[in-house]
Design a protein around this ligand. Sequence first.
Ligand SMILES: [Zn+2]
Length: 258
Amino acid sequence: MFIDSHCHLDFPVFDALADLITQSQAAGIDAFLVPGTTSESWAGVLALQHEYSAIKVALGLHPYFLQSYQASDLQQLASLLAQYTVVAVGEIGLDKWPNLPDYQLQQEVFVAQLAIATEQALPVILHARKSEDDLLKLLRQSRFTHGGIVHAFNGSLEQAKRFLDLGFVLGIGGTVTYPRAQKARRVLQALSDSDYVLETDSPDMPVCGYQGQANSPLRILDIAHTVSELRQQSVLEIAHHTSANLQRVLPNWHKVKN
Ligand SMILES: [Zn+2]
């Protein structure tokens, strides 16, 4: 069985969600981790976890969407985490996309959410875009020890090892399905079986061959197929390792009650 460790099933494009879950489970994708993005998203994300036993969620403030950020969001996050069992704080992180506002604010909100995760003894789901070294620095400065997942990891092998040393696993998604993604493919080939999980980032990050359409958790199978070729392992072995890895870094995975 496969788990999609990162998909935004709360986004409006997934209006036929019950059907998609049935279809995914029939294809061997049994469970889904849906991270929050803004404070406005949290109620909907929690509702999905309540409604579907296959969905586990994380709550957090995504660095890309801080335009609507208010300081009270952090208090609200802390109080929701005290009230509801979720698997992680996320997705949180740093995004150096050109023209995104205020990298200083991103760092402050990230560090504040690391403190909240520490308070709740929760792992985190990290969003990194050209910011891996900054994230590693802030994780160390914050003495964060609960690990988690570096979603859509696209850094170097050296950076991968530093995240692994801090108790993280790496999210492997559609990028490796593109033959031109030489660096990401080499990193994947150098990892141990215990180092990574699979994700689609649906509806974003299209898999090679499916550009121009909304991405879907069903594409986990295409990603697993590529991983199987690159690592010279069976798809079944990959399903086994990645599902075990996810449940290892997210200790609440089986504690969530619907
Ligand atoms: Zn995401």
